[in-house]
Design a protein around this ligand. Structure first.
Ligand SMILES: Cc1cc2nc3c(=O)[nH]c(=O)nc-3n(C[C@H](O)[C@H](O)[C@H](O)COP(=O)(O)OP(=O)(O)OC[C@H]3O[C@@H](n4cnc5c(N)ncnc54)[C@H](O)[C@@H]3O)c2cc1C
Length: 442
């Protein structure tokens, strides 16, 4: 059954979240616009402003909604999560206030599955409560999209592993209490079977930050994405998560949901750009009329609405695919969910860039100035085309899954849609009907 409506009880929660984000959290975006600040647990802003807001979210029962109730979350399915993320996407502080910020959300899922009792107490519990933040380190400076090129190695030495190598763009490292790192432990097999996942507490000797890299709109040297170097860094054997060689399976659990969260947060940003576009063209006057009197400007607004609506439905459908796959455990459903997640991931940057660009354009100089949030919102598009894997890699997944069951045409020269061939078959099928008539079609 198809149903595009939202359960009234859940809609009430979304309405509460929408107002809470606008009234309580968006002002923080304005006061503290640095990408880094939401993660600084020692900071006054976190203690005095964010923590009390987090308590309100917890009291409302919307804290860490991506996690199961056994971990203090809501156990929401992906469709409900998507609808919540659409609201959180409006603000860069909101995911932090709601306990769903990356990479902590994914790291918590990994720890929930693989950590031992002590690690749960030391790392998972404070992470779930929002008292600490964490980092995920997989990408290396020599290449991220191709893990086959990873060279950061760990060698077993008695009860310890010794790590040497480098990692790159480990988000939030400067404030992180620990790192979850993917490291090659068996270089003799393909990396998909030869990499393992480790917990490395901040301050472990041999782990250092070469520098913090920022995004284009941040000051040089101030970014929160850590370029990490490991030199004879020793971690206890129990800090290995899961089995040796299982890092890829672990990473996949973590990345799938995150891609949908980012996509739906992009819908939230896109909606904001749509609202700004509509408001601007209804307000601005030119040549004695409103901007919206110009047909080309109305076309632009329609293009934005259509593109956003198509993408929103695509993301919700992908979320539904994931929920169905989790419910049925069916392998075909799981494969279909993978296809839809990669398709959504590939479509996200272009959708956001197009929509925000149109909003910038109708605002004229103001649109590209630092007095509106549009250039910042636009920057999220190219970033989302890289983070969690480049667009090309995801399109490749889509194509491979589509081709997996593809059969060559019986008629390899002209294919199965060749009109003369089909017409001949149709004439045979309806021979009686056609008997006695002059057939004119060729
Ligand atoms: C904001 C942000 C946060 C990030 N956070 C983290 C994090 O917390 N932890 C972490 O480990 N990493 C993180 N990353 C890194 C991210 O995962 C990598 O940047 C990404 O996997 C791409 O790797 P790369 O930058 O080395 O690009 P490359 O692998 O060098 O790819 C560059 C380009 O080459 C092309 N290309 C590459 N492979 C293919 C292919 N198979 N087919 C066709 N074209 C291809 C594409 O155009 C691609 O964009 C983050 C990145 C960003 C931007």
């Amino acid at each position: 059954m198809w149903d595009f409506s939202t359960d009234p009880g859940f809609q009430a929660e979304l309405d509460w979240a929408g107002e809470f984000v606008r009234e309580e959290i968006e002002p923080l975006d304005l006061l503290f616009p640095g990408n880094d600040e939401p993660y600084d647990r020692a900071g006054r802003v976190y203690r005095e402003a964010v923590r009390p807001l987090q308590e309100q979210v917890k009291a409302r029962g919307l804290w860490a909604a991506h996690l199961p109730p056994s971990l203090g979350g809501m156990g929401m399915g992906q469709v409900q999560l998507a609808l919540l993320n659409e609201i959180l996407g409006r603000s860069s502080w909101a995911p932090m206030v709601f306990g769903t910020q990356a990479p902590d959300s994914g790291n918590a899922e990994i720890l929930a599955h693989y950590a031992n009792e002590e690690q749960r107490r030391t790392f998972l519990e404070p992470l779930l409560d929002g008292r600490i933040v964490s980092t995920f380190a997989m990408t290396e400076p020599s290449g991220g999209a191709d893990p086959g090129g990873f060279t950061c190695r760990a060698v077993r030495d008695g009860d310890e592993w010794v790590i040497d190598g480098e990692k790159w763009f480990a988000s939030n490292y400067p404030h992180a209490a620990f790192v979850i790192a993917m490291v090659v432990t068996d270089p003799d097999v393909p990396v998909q079977r030869g990499a393992s996942m480790f917990i490395i507490p901040q301050g472990t000797p041999g782990m250092e930050m070469v520098r913090g890299t920022g995004l284009g709109n941040e000051k040089l040297g101030e970014g929160a994405h850590g370029y990490l170097r490991f030199t004879g860094c020793r971690v206890p054997a129990e800090n290995l998560l899961g089995d040796p060689g299982s890092a890829f399976a672990i990473a996949q659990t973590r990345l799938g949901g995150g891609r949908l969260h980012h996509a739906m947060r992009s819908v939230g940003l896109g909606k904001r750009a749509l609202e700004m576009t509509t408001e601007r063209i209804a307000s601005r006057t030119t040549r004695g009329g409103r901007l919206s009197d110009q047909q080309s400007v109305r076309q632009l607004l329609a293009d934005t609405w259509i593109q956003l609506e198509q993408f929103r439905l695509q993301v919700l459908h992908a979320a539904w695919q994931v929920d169905r796959s989790a419910r049925t455990g069916d392998r075909g459903h799981a494969r279909s969910a993978r296809l839809h997640i990669s398709a959504v991931k590939a479509a996200t940057p272009k959708t956001l860039v197009d929509i925000v660009y149109r909003a910038m354009h109708v605002h004229g100089a103001l649109g590209v100035s630092n007095e509106l949030p549009l250039t910042r919102m636009w920057n999220a598009g190219p970033v989302l085309g890289i983070a969690d894997g480049p667009t090309e890699v995801h399109k490749d997944v889509v194509a491979k899954l589509l081709l997996a069951d593809a059969e060559p045409a019986e008629d390899r020269l002209f294919g199965s849609e060749h009109i003369p061939t089909r017409l001949a078959a149709a004439r045979v099928k309806y021979a009686e009907l056609l008997a006695g008539e002059t057939v004119v079609a060729r």
